[in-house]
Structures are given as structure tokens and as C-alpha cells.
Write a protein that binds this ligand. Structure first.
Ligand code: COA
Ligand code: MG
Length: 291
């Protein structure tokens, strides 16, 4: 179970995508159990609706109270005709989002372009890694700027690029790279959304695999997915109790190895326990009862 890597980073167990031109869904998202809402201008919005979605996103940021949820805006990609207008609108927005999600990042150039365009607004950036080039550049993308606080893996575009079929085996390599690249720069790694609506058992298996690899959270596309994703990425009480036992047992000075529940433990166990407790603390995001 991985926690926020740098102190002060947002908790991102579950980020809900909402097409920015769908006002009712945006208003609903602001009441749902998710740590963040991704207002989408990119692939969730058809080409005919781009201008309207951009205006709707800015209006939603002004009008809707998202409570403790992080407000992320996914702009269009740099190979599209819309990215420049998205950035211009963002620069002039009366209310800015907390974070810009940059899609289809193939290298640090796209991050540089966003940072330049938003010079006066040092917003957080989440870079989506969803191509073969993005996977191979993931380390540089993660380390490019302190404004980058997370990497988001996108399996659909990745498989469209590489030509493979979606199985946990084919995704193991890019997912592992995204987790390692994020960790190398002290960032969050967030997993791809699960697109099979209604298949909650499949979602749970997929989310558990991502959590086992070290992802701190997973994107969602539908409200039904949120309870499962939250449960998978929130440490259960027995894991928290274990972490507290580890810290208590390791608190005697100058301790090397010790034994917890019949298993040898040492300094690395303490680091894992600290990570579990960090993941259990929720400084931002959704808390039960806060909706
Ligand atoms: N955010 C907030 N509310 C959502 C939602 C979302 N992503 N998806 C569905 N809902 C709401 C619906 O508005 C509906 O609300 P209501 O009962 O108050 O009317 C309720 O949840 C049930 O929705 P349902 O009828 O099952 O789904 P749908 O057919 O309206 O929508 C999708 C299905 C896939 C189109 C929709 O879930 C969606 O837009 N998801 C996000 C897609 C996206 O952003 N993709 C880009 C990134 S991969
Ligand atoms: Mg994509």
C-alpha cells in the first residue's frame, strides 16, 4: 500500500472523470465519495463540443463547491487543434483548478509548454503516460518540475499505440514503469480507469493488481466504481494496526532486527509501516460523512 510520497501532496485514491460539458454529472460528482474530480476537455468530449466544454468547465470551477475534493482539469493533447485555446482559457480563468492533467505526454516538452503558458499560475500537473514513447520517457517526465505531482497511466491509448490486448500480463510492464518512474521522483502513481461498466468484480481485481504494484489510486468513470476503488486504496484497520505495532516495536533505540507476528522486521519494515500510516491519513479528499 503506497501513500502520498511527498508531504503535502494530495491524496488520490480515486479520481472521477466527468466530461466537462455535462453539468448534471459535474454537480453530482461534487457530492460523491472521491478524492478528486477530473473535468475532462479531452477524449470524453466530442470535437463539436470542445468550445462549449471549455466554457462549461470554467463556469463549473466558479459555481460548484467541490468541497475537499481536488479539482483537476484534463486539457486536450498537444497534437490536437484545441490545446492552445485550453491553455489560454486557463490562464485567464477567474477560478483555476488545483491541477492540470496533461494527456498523452511523450516527454517533458509538453510539460514545459504548459508551465510556460501558465507562467503566473503555478498549478500542479499530472502527466498521463499512455504511449510507448511516454513509457520510455516516464522518468524524465516525472522529474521534470516540482509542479508535477503525479503520473496517470492510460491503458486505452497505450494499447492503441502498441497494438496489444488488454490483460494484466500485457499491462504489467507499462504499469510497473509508471510506478517506478513516479517513485523515482517522489510522486503519486494513479492507475487507468476500468471501462467495463457494471463489472464490479473485474474492477476490484484490476484495482487490487494496481495497488499491489504500488499505485496509490485509480481513475474512475462511474459513481458505482467509487466505493470499490476507495476500499482497495485505503489501508484496512488490520493493516493500520500492524503498522502501529511495527512503529511501537521499533521505537527502542539502536534497534536492528526485530520480530512482528512471527516475521522478521527491520528498517525497511518501518518505512513500509510509515507509508501505510501516511496512506491512512487523509489531509484532503473525501472523508466518510463529508459529502
Ligand atoms: N460523474 C458523475 N456522475 C455520473 C458519472 C460521472 N462520471 N457517470 C454517471 N453519472 C451519474 C448519471 O448522471 C446518473 O445520475 P442520476 O441518477 O442522478 O441521473 C447516474 O450516475 C447513473 O448513471 P448511468 O445512467 O448508469 O450512466 P450513463 O449512461 O448516464 O453514463 C457514461 C455512462 C460512461 C457515459 C458516464 O458514466 C460517463 O460520462 N463517464 C465518464 C466518461 C469520461 O469522462 N471518459 C473520459 C475518460 S476515460
Ligand atoms: Mg487517453
Amino acid at each position: 500500500m503506497a501513500g502520498c510520497r511527498r508531504p503535502g501532496f494530495p491524496v488520490r485514491r480515486c479520481l472521477l472523470f466527468v466530461p466537462a460539458d455535462q453539468d448534471a454529472k459535474l454537480r453530482k460528482a461534487a457530492t460523491l465519495p472521491c478524492d478528486g474530480v477530473i473535468l475532462d476537455l479531452e477524449d470524453g468530449v466530442g470535437s463539436a463540443g470542445k468550445r462549449e466544454a471549455r466554457a462549461a468547465a470554467l463556469r463549473a470551477l466558479e459555481e460548484i463547491d467541490f468541497g475537499p475534493r481536488e479539482r483537476l482539469l484534463r486539457i486536450n493533447g498537444f497534437l490536437s487543434p484545441w490545446a492552445a485555446d485550453d491553455l489560454a482559457a486557463l490562464r485567464d480563468a477567474r477560478v483555476a483548478p488545483d491541477t492540470v492533467v496533461i494527456p498523452k505526454v511523450n516527454g517533458p516538452d509538453q510539460e514545459r509548454a504548459v508551465i510556460r503558458a501558465l507562467e503566473d499560475r503555478p498549478l500542479q500537473l499530472v502527466a498521463a503516460i499512455e504511449s510507448a514513447r511516454g513509457v520510455f520517457a516516464a522518468r524524465e517526465i516525472a522529474a521534470f518540475s516540482p509542479q508535477v505531482t503525479g503520473l496517470l497511466f492510460g491503458d486505452g491509448d497505450y494499447l492503441a499505440d502498441t497494438g496489444g490486448q488488454r490483460t494484466s500480463r500485457t499491462l504489467l510492464y507499462p504499469r510497473s514503469i509508471v510506478v517506478a518512474a513516479a517513485a523515482s521522483a517522489g510522486l503519486n502513481a494513479i492507475d487507468t480507469p476500468y471501462l467495463r461498466l457494471g463489472d464490479l468484480a473485474g474492477l476490484e481485481d484490476d484495482a487490487r493488481e494496481a495497488a499491489e504494484l504500488g499505485f496509490v489510486g485509480k481513475a474512475a468513470i462511474h459513481p458505482e466504481q467509487l466505493p470499490i476503488i476507495n476500499a482497495v486504496f485505503t489501508p484496512p484497520p488490520e493493516q493500520i494496526a500492524w503498522a502501529e505495532r511495527v512503529l511501537a516495536a521499533s521505537s527502542s533505540p539502536a534497534q536492528g532486527v526485530f520480530v512482528i507476528d512471527g516475521v522478521m522486521a527491520d528498517a525497511m519494515t518501518v518505512r513500509i509501516a510509515e507509508r501505510v500510516l501516511a496512506a491512512a491519513r487523509v489531509p484532503n479528499g473525501y472523508r466518510r460523512g463529508s459529502e
